[in-house]
Structures are given as structure tokens and as C-alpha cells.
Design a protein around this ligand. Structure first.
Ligand code: NAD
Length: 481
């Protein structure tokens, strides 16, 4: 180990306090995760873990070698459907988009034009596509949450392999039905737990599997949603109503429960959850706020949730508007006057929690503490893993592995977004890497090539349903797989 004294580093100093002081109880004013905010984790921790080093888990090639191009039908040409279709643009020798279904004419026609889909394979409602029988090797089901179960059951019966968006279904029973049907039909079904395919999460999982920190004893995992994303998706937008879609622990955080379970590699036995909707409620509406931010709201200039600020000034989440090339600010203002995205966040019919915590207990007493937070300036994920020989701390882009015995700290920090093939692949590269593995699994008819098989995903979905049961009942809930 280097004998050099570490330079003073405020972040590291605070982290040292946190780590040495017994965690949350000893440092009530400082969230453990806030110490990781906006800066690379690492720095100088307690115990003199200072020696730098690099971890070289490679980023897998996005291309794949198949016996033939896999033909794919896209059901739902919204944000997700079009994202997965993009693999065919980059790797036409591996994937061909041959059919599309969407109730929005501009989306289905735009997709048809982009991929040269024959007119008789362009459908409106998804039932029309199903009525055409099996017209492709595989189907991507990227419809809204309440429209996953029915087409997935029907498509398996028709002999399709399926890439199925999460949450796979709206109830625990439906999830189990899907698994039963998959076992009966032998279909390859991949669930879109995209984080599992992101090079960052794959490297972190490899570090755990390679025993770099010994046996995992506990995990702290935070999902910062980011204030504007919360307002966009879970107050104004598609997932504002937990009953019409799914509770936020599934709609948003089933990825996180899945990642925690994947990291720990054991069965989850029991959960205890809490959370509520505190802020985005009518009683918190500032005086005189009208129904829409565009209605001359007196608070528009100062409200962090102003739709005018989020969309017109900051240009966030613009894909939902289907705006024409070269659109103007006035085009966006018109969308805010006429769609749900212009509504005052205190006057929406939303019920999703804006904060949610869960304690999870796994086989052998291993534990995880999960925290979903709406009120953060950034999104992504923050994770700490405590092992018997070391510690891992990551911010979604890079992670540090500390070895207690040697005092070494090693870092994984590959810049996936700078790799040409990965450009435009969201979720840290996971979106298109998932498609790559799905196509390989379909080509070889080998489910083991898919990390997020239906069986693995049912387990993490069941954890989500158990969390919601616990949150609503105020007592612990058993997880029965
Ligand atoms: N894996 C992830 O990380 C991730 C991220 C975001 C969303 N999702 C999930 O993906 C799914 C789709 O989300 P999205 O953001 O693409 O939503 P979206 O609204 O952009 O897309 C859904 C599309 O389905 C179409 N549609 C609705 N009803 C239809 C019907 N009856 N027949 C045919 N088309 C119909 C809509 O017109 C829309 O274009 C949701 O279940 C969501 O929870 C997953």
C-alpha cells in the first residue's frame, strides 16, 4: 500500500464519519446517500483505504452473432417500443421489425415508415395484431401497464417468444399465471429489467460473484427519481394512478427490487415497507394556483414543478408530445394547454407515493434497505454493498471496491456512453444490451442466455406486491415464491 497521506477531502471525511459512526443513527442530519450526490464516490474513507486501482470488467459488444435475423413485431410504438426497435437500425443483420401495432396513427405509421413494414402488418389496437396470428418470430410488448397480461398470454399461445415490459402484470396471480403459461408453451420470455444488462450493473454483479468483498451481509440501495421526473410520470403523466397502472414500488421500483435480489443471489423471505404521498396533494397547492401552469399561475416563476419550466425551458421528457421536426416554444405551450402535462401538480388525480422505504430480509439473515425518493436533483441509482471482506459503493456510473485486508480501493468507471454502438441506449446501455441477449436467447432457444427470465422476474415482482401489502397493512409481509 502506498504510504502517502491522503489529502483532505470533505466528501471522504464526511463518509468516514458516517462509516465509522455506525450509520444513520450516528449521523442523523446527513443522509448516507447525500454524500454520494453529484460526485464520484470514493475519496478518502475511514480505515485509510487510499490506494487507487482499476477494475477491468469489460463492456460486452452490443452486436450479436445469430444464425438468421430474428423478425420482431412491436406491440406499442411508444417510448419503450421504439427504443427496443432501434436495435434493428444498428444491427439489421440480427433483427428485423416486420409488424407494428399502436392506437396512435402517427406512432404506428412513423414506425412502419422507418422500418419498411408492409401495410398489411401495420395495426391499430393490439387485438388486431393478435388476430393476424403469428407473423414474426418474437413480439415486443410495450403497451401500458394494464395491457401486458392479456397479449402476453395470447402471444405465447400463438407460439411467439416475447420481450415483455415491466411490470409484467398488475397482480401477483397474473404474474404466476404468466409463468405457468410460459412453462406450458416453452416460450422464451424476457422481462425488460434493463438494469441487469447495463455494463455498470453487470460489472458490479461480477465483482460480487468473484468474491471481491467476501460474503454479502447487507445492501443499501436508493432510487432517486428526480423531482421533475416524479412530476412528469407519477403526478401528471402515465403512472399517476396506482390502481389503473401499478403501485410505484412496481411501476418504478420493480427494477430496484430485482437488482437487489440479483446482487444478493438469495431468496427474499420477508419485507417491511412504509411510504406515502405527502407533497403532491390539493392541500399543498399555493394560494390562487389555477388548474394549469399556462393559466397565468402567480407561482409559475418560482414553482419547481412548473410545466413551463420543465418542458419549455429545460426540455425534459419531450418525447411524450410527438412534436414535429423544428417545433417551436409555442408548439410546446399548446401541448401544455391541452394535455395532462400542463396540469398543476397540486391539482392532479394522482395517488402514487412520493417516498417509499422497504426493509428486505433474505435467506440466512442477509438484509437490504431500499429507499425510493421523489425529491432529488438527479436520477439514477446509488448502492452500497457490505461484505465480510470489503465494501462496494456505486453511483450508477462508477463504483469503488474496498478491500479491508489490503486497504486497496479499486474502481470501475467505464464510460459506456462514449462507446459508439451504445450511443442512444438508455439505462446505462441496458436497453439495447437487453435486446441483444433476448435475440440470442430466441435464436438458440435458450432461456439461460437471458438474465431477466420470466421466472427470475416473477420473484422480484412478488417482492414488490409484498412491499405494498406491508405498506398498506403496517405489518411485515412474507414473500412466498
Ligand atoms: N423497462 C423500463 O425501464 C421501462 C421504462 C419506462 C416504461 N416502462 C414500461 O413500458 C411500458 C410502456 O411505457 P412507455 O413509456 O413506452 O409508454 P408510452 O405511452 O410511450 O407507450 C405505450 C404505447 O402503447 C400504445 N397503446 C395504448 N393502448 C394500446 C392498444 N390498445 N393497442 C395498441 N397500442 C396501444 C400507446 O398509444 C403508446 O404509444 C409501460 O408498461 C411502462 O411501465 C418500462
Amino acid at each position: 500500500m502506498s504510504g502517502a497521506q491522503p489529502m483532505f477531502n470533505r466528501s471522504g471525511f464526511l463518509k468516514g464519519l458516517f462509516l465509522a459512526g455506525g450509520g444513520l443513527a450516528a449521523a442523523p442530519a446527513i443522509s448516507p446517500f447525500s454524500l454520494m450526490a453529484g460526485e464520484a464516490p470514493g475519496g478518502v474513507a475511514s480505515g485509510g483505504l487510499t490506494e487507487p486501482g482499476e477494475l477491468d470488467y469489460p463492456v460486452k459488444d452490443l452486436a450479436c452473432s445469430l444464425s438468421r435475423p430474428i423478425t420482431v413485431a412491436i406491440m406499442g410504438a411508444g417510448g419503450r417500443g421504439r427504443t427496443y426497435a432501434r436495435y434493428a437500425e444498428k444491427f439489421p443483420e440480427a433483427m428485423k421489425v416486420v409488424a407494428v401495432s399502436d392506437i396512435r396513427p402517427n406512432r404506428r405509421e412513423g414506425t412502419a415508415a422507418k422500418y419498411g413494414i408492409a401495410p398489411d402488418k401495420v395495426f391499430g389496437d393490439f387485438h388486431e395484431m393478435l388476430a393476424a396470428g403469428r407473423i414474426a418470430d418474437a413480439m415486443v410488448i410495450a403497451l401500458p401497464d394494464d395491457l401486458h397480461y392479456e397479449p402476453a398470454i395470447a402471444a405465447m399461445a400463438q407460439g411467439y417468444d416475447i420481450l415483455l415490459e415491466k411490470p409484467m402484470a398488475q397482480t401477483e396471480q397474473e404474474c404466476r399465471d404468466l409463468l405457468k403459461r410460459q412453462r406450458e408453451t416453452g416460450a422464451i420470455v424476457g422481462v425488460c429489467h434493463v438494469l441487469r444488462y447495463a455494463p455498470y450493473f453487470q460489472a458490479l454483479k461480477s465483482a460480487l460473484d468473484d468474491g471481491l468483498i467476501g460474503d454479502v451481509i447487507s445492501v443499501q440501495h436508493m432510487e432517486p427519481i428526480e423531482y421533475a421526473h416524479m412530476a412528469h410520470s407519477y403526478v401528471r403523466g402515465n403512472w399517476h394512478d396506482s390502481k389503473a397502472t401499478t403501485p410505484i414500488i412496481l411501476a418504478k421500483s420493480c427494477h430496484d427490487l430485482d437488482i437487489i435480489k440479483w446482487f444478493i443471489g438469495k431468496r427474499c423471505e420477508e419485507v417491511s415497507a412504509d411510504g406515502s404521498l405527502i407533497h403532491f396533494r390539493r392541500e399543498n397547492m399555493p394560494p390562487g394556483a389555477p388548474a394549469r401552469c399556462t393559466d397565468g399561475c402567480p407561482h409559475e416563476a418560482t414553482c419547481p414543478y412548473s410545466a413551463i419550466d420543465i418542458y419549455c425551458n429545460k426540455h425534459k421528457h419531450m418525447h411524450v408530445f410527438d412534436l414535429p421536426q423544428g417545433y417551436t416554444r409555442e408548439d410546446v405551450m399548446e401541448k401544455l394547454r391541452t394535455t395532462e402535462y400542463g396540469r398543476c401538480v397540486y391539482r392532479c388525480d394522482n395517488d402514487q407515493c412520493d417516498h417509499y422505504v422497504a426493509n428486505l430480509r433474505f435467506e440466512g439473515g442477509v438484509t437490504a434497505a431500499f429507499s425510493m425518493e421523489a425529491f432529488t436533483p438527479w436520477g439514477g441509482r446509488r448502492t452500497r454493498v457490505m461484505g465480510t471482506r470489503g465494501f462496494i459503493e456505486g453511483d450508477g456510473g462508477r463504483f469503488d471496491v474496498y478491500d479491508f485486508r489490503t486497504g486497496r480501493k479499486r474502481t470501475w468507471a467505464k464510460k459506456v456512453s462514449e462507446i459508439a454502438a451504445y450511443k442512444g441506449s438508455g439505462h446505462g446501455g441496458g436497453d439495447l444490451a437487453l435486446v441483444r441477449d433476448f435475440l440470442m436467447a430466441v435464436d438458440r432457444h435458450d432461456e439461460s442466455l437471458l438474465s431477466s427470465s420470466l421466472a427470475a422476474s416473477v420473484e422480484s415482482h412478488v417482492m414488490g406486491f409484498a412491499c405494498e401489502k406491508s405498506r398498506l397493512s403496517g405489518s411485515k409481509a412474507e414473500v412466498r415464491i
